[in-house]
Write a protein that binds this ligand. Structure first.
Ligand code: HEC
Ligand code: HEC
Ligand code: HEC
Length: 441
């Protein structure tokens, strides 16, 4: 019986043999397609592609205290790009932070997270970059790289101290128990390729993330340091300042469209969505959401959940705008965000109960009022809505009063901000937005 099956298989193999090259090519195409998906889930394009530029030809500038570092060209061009990287060298760069020439990479490249990626995903990624990406011969010139930025040995020490060992990490991952395979997939996507913690986890003074996985404790994804003035909020279960009141569906919708009833994407998150999550499968977005919902609130959570308090709305309706912040809000903001603070969900985000508005760090809130923002079009939400900037119309005191009003109103109950806070954020903005000489009112 066994032998018959074996003979049968041989016969089939014989039949199949002549068309093997074609199916081999198809298998190769499958690997390229899989690798392309891994590149999306890992968001390589957010840093290595500039808006309007050739894919992966390099780009994003990182302003480090020691100079400006540009993400390199990672197309398969042998001179300008990574065409000469072997698969082992590629995996070493991505997971250990070691360049082909043996020097260490800046952790601006999120290799401590990529250390978690499986061999299978790494292989597909390599095949995609070598065969699926168009070579671009233009090198990225690191013209801002002066000593000591060009000096890489301190990075080697950093790596020894803080970078996880991919082997050990994989063993720890295999030992973890998950209640649900979807949560397991979500933990892989978030902690590994998605490198969400690179933005959403606070960093120590020596720049390493204070926690790299959910197992490292409640600092993981508890809200990161402001990047270019934008503060990545907590993705844990806090009711007011985290994802406590977001449903799985709110999260998946946000990752697909950049908007949801409780808020809209801005700052680095628009890139994470634009290059990454909006192109992922529904199932993977659900896996991420389900995993995030397993993260408990951080210890320093403000006691009590958020509930809507109509007092501010009633006062505004009754025409009570005695406080300057309330008056400024009615004049400048209420047309879109409404006096009841509910906005027009998915078009003009609500400010009532919005984690960004209640965030302990008010930087992105101040920044968005100063600079405005465009709610970017995504595949599933193709229209763009504009929040105007008020930098030229409001001085620091007026912005502080308006922001203090929205942080206190509608049950938000978050502490106020001062003109000095606004001044600090204003100084980080481009000179196109000088402080206004004529305050509005
Ligand atoms: C958060 C930004 C960021 C993301 C995301 C990112 N990179 Fe990088 N990458 C960088 C920066 C910055 C450098 C240069 C670091 C340096 O010079 O020390 C770099 C360097 C590299 C290098 C070394 C190239 C060389 O000069 O030899 C490779 C290879 C690379 N990245 C591939 C990838 C791939 C593949 C992905 C997606 C899986 C990815 N990167 C995602 C920022 C990023
Ligand atoms: C480049 C930095 C960056 C990366 C990487 C990043 N985020 Fe964010 N994220 C932000 C910033 C900044 C905000 C705050 C602005 C906003 O709400 O859009 C944010 C907000 C969010 C919010 C909305 C929270 C709220 O209360 O408004 C969710 C959900 C989220 N991120 C999930 C993720 C997930 C999941 C990943 C990984 C797949 C990720 N982020 C990766 C920067 C980042
Ligand atoms: C013309 C309509 C309009 C006006 C006027 C306006 N906004 Fe907005 N606002 C928007 C839109 C659209 C967004 C979403 C933009 C984005 O996040 O990319 C937004 C976003 C915000 C956010 C971020 C919310 C989140 O979670 O993403 C805050 C905070 C905010 N506005 C506060 C204000 C304040 C304070 C004022 C008055 C000083 C104001 N807005 C005036 C349209 C407006």
């Amino acid at each position: 019986m066994k032998r018959n099956i074996a003979r049968c298989l041989l016969a089939v193999a014989g039949l199949v043999a002549p068309i093997l090259p074609a199916s081999g090519a198809r298998a190769q195409d499958d690997v390229v397609a899989r690798g392309e998906y891994v590149a999306i889930a890992s968001d390589c394009g957010a840093c290595h592609t500039v808006p309007g530029g050739a894919p992966f030809a390099g780009g994003l500038a990182f302003h480090l205290p020691t100079g400006t570092l540009y993400a390199p060209n990672i197309t398969p061009d042998p001179k300008a790009g990574i065409g000469q990287y072997s698969e082992a060298e590629f995996a070493r760069a991505l997971q250990k932070g070691i360049r082909r020439d043996g020097s260490s990479l800046y952790p601006a490249m999120p290799y401590p997270s990529y250390a978690r990626m499986t061999d299978e995903d790494m292989h597909a990624l390599y095949v995609y970059f070598m065969r699926g990406v168009k070579p671009v011969a233009t090198p990225i010139v690191q013209d801002g790289m002066t000593w000591p930025l060009s000096m890489r040995w301190p990075l080697t020490i950093w790596r020894w101290l803080f970078a996880p060992d991919p082997q050990a990490v994989r063993q720890a991952m295999a030992a973890r128990q998950f209640p649900d395979p979807l949560v397991a997939r979500g933990s892989y996507l978030v902690e590994g390729p998605g490198h969400c913690g690179a933005c959403h986890t606070p960093r120590a003074i020596t720049m390493q993330e204070k926690a790299l996985t959910a197992q490292d404790g409640p600092l993981y994804l508890s809200g990161g340091d402001a990047v270019d003035g934008w503060r990545p909020v907590s993705l844990r279960g806090e009711d007011r300042t985290g994802l406590g009141r977001w449903s799985e569906q709110d999260i998946t919708r946000f990752l697909a469209t950049g908007r949801m009833p409780l808020g809209a994407a801005f700052g680095g998150m628009t890139d994470a969505i634009g290059h990454g999550t909006q192109h992922m499968s529904d199932e993977d977005r659900l896996a991420i959401a389900r995993y995030l919902k397993t993260l408990s609130p951080t210890a320093h959570t403000v006691a009590g959940g958020w509930t809507y308090d109509p007092a501010a709305s009633q006062a505004l309706h009754a025409g009570d705008v005695s406080a300057r912040g309330a008056r400024l809000y009615v004049d400048s903001c209420a047309a879109c965000h409404r006096t009841d603070g509910h906005g027009y969900p998915t078009t003009f985000p609500p400010l009532a109960g919005n984690p960004v508005v209640m965030d302990p760090v008010p930087d992105s809130l101040i920044r968005i009022v100063l600079e405005g923002n465009t709610l970017r079009a995504t595949r599933q939400a193709p229209s763009a809505f504009v929040m105007p900037g008020f930098a030229a119309r409001m001085d620091d005191g007026a912005v502080a009063d308006t922001v203090t009003f929205i942080r206190a109103a509608w049950g938000n109950g978050a502490p106020g901000v001062t003109a000095a806070d606004v001044g600090r954020v204003r100084r980080t903005l481009s000179p196109a937005h000088p402080p206004a000489s004529l305050p509005m009112n």
